[in-house]
Design a protein around this ligand. Structure first.
Ligand code: NAD
Length: 292
């Protein structure tokens, strides 16, 4: 059972609006703030559209939609959004300095026991907590896109995160109907590290002509019941995005050890250099114009 009541969500983009939606649907009063011109209102419109669609498809009851919308308000400042929140979740752009400054400003406005969570997908949670008076109150709550559909939440604890903060994060995620997993603050957490490892090995197998991309994907969809093969997934995520993550994991996890685990394969670099970035450019491991 969660002890979290009011939630402040900072950033109303792809992730922020989704997090605000699921928190409001679970019964939390939510204040949403975004400094971008019209961004918070746009986030609210996306929530309304999601809920309308849910009702239309029979997945959300009309009274749940109404109650969720009543619990949601747009704040005109970060201070207003977080004032009396017991949990603040930041979903601002993926920049360390920005997130640090944001949480430092938030800390000045909230009660001593307010939990501060970051939805970062790759940055160090402990790094984001740097400079706070109480870094022990910071944890990662890593949601997946689209938030209202994806069940997983990675609850990321840094070396200084208080254990009760991690427990509160787990209880909160469960209360949203999500499936939390607890992960130590390490590069790529659990999901990206495993997902990228599989993707890179699949690309090496294409390089070595082990099988065609479609057959390599079928090895995982049919042989291991993955909903999607690693190469098709790489096309959907974007080869440039995956290359960026692989470079980061190679730098941080392989580091000085000489390990090649996360070294981006030459083929991945060549495809990115050619502009074959996957679905968004029409060409990746699949030709999305014809057989995607
Ligand atoms: P986005 O660009 O869609 O939204 C970010 C929003 O933050 C924008 O609306 C922007 O105006 C706002 N913003 C800028 N400065 C701010 C500030 N100081 N305070 C509050 N809001 C501010 O980005 P996104 O995809 O929603 O990503 C947000 C975070 O979630 C990032 O850390 C990202 O790595 C992480 N994440 C993204 C995904 C994904 O699939 N998009 C998945 C998991 C985690």
């Amino acid at each position: 059972m969660t002890d979290v009541e009011r939630v402040g969500v900072l950033g109303a983009g792809t992730m922020g609006h989704g997090i605000a939606q699921v928190a409001a649907m679970a019964g939390h009063p939510v204040r949403l703030f975004d400094p971008g011109e019209g961004a918070a209102q746009a986030g609210l419109r996306r929530i309304r559209a999601n809920l309308d669609k849910g009702v239309e498809l029979g997945k959300v009851e009309a009274h749940v939609r109404e109650a969720a919308l009543e619990r949601l308000t747009v704040a005109t400042s970060a201070a207003e959004a977080v004032g009396d929140a017991s949990l603040v979740i930041e979903a601002a752009p993926e920049r360390m300095e920005l997130k640090r400054e944001l949480l430092q400003a938030v800390e000045r406005e909230v009660a001593p026991d307010t939990l501060l969570a970051t939805n970062t997908s790759s940055l160090s949670v402990d790094g984001i907590a740097e400079g706070l008076e109480d870094p022990g109150r910071v944890l990662g709550l890593h949601f997946f896109n689209p938030v209202h559909i994806m069940a997983l939440v990675e609850v990321v604890h840094g070396p200084r995160t208080r254990p009760e903060g991690t427990d509160r994060g787990v209880a909160f995620a469960r209360g949203l109907g999500k499936e939390p997993i607890v992960v130590r603050d390490t590069p790529g957490f659990a999901s990206s590290r495993l997902g990228v490892a599989l993707g890179l090995e699949a690309i090496r197998m294409v390089e070595e002509e082990v099988a065609s991309p479609a057959d390599i994907d079928r090895a995982m969809t049919l042989g291991y019941r993955h909903p999607m093969g690693p190469l098709r997934l790489t096309d959907l995520v974007g080869l440039d995005v995956r290359l960026g993550i692989a470079e980061y994991l190679h730098r941080t996890l392989d580091g000085e050890t000489g390990s090649e685990r996360f070294r981006p394969p030459d083929l991945l670099r060549e495809m990115v250099a050619r502009g074959d970035l996957g679905k968004k450019t029409g060409q990746g491991f699949y030709d999305w114009e014809t057989d995607g």
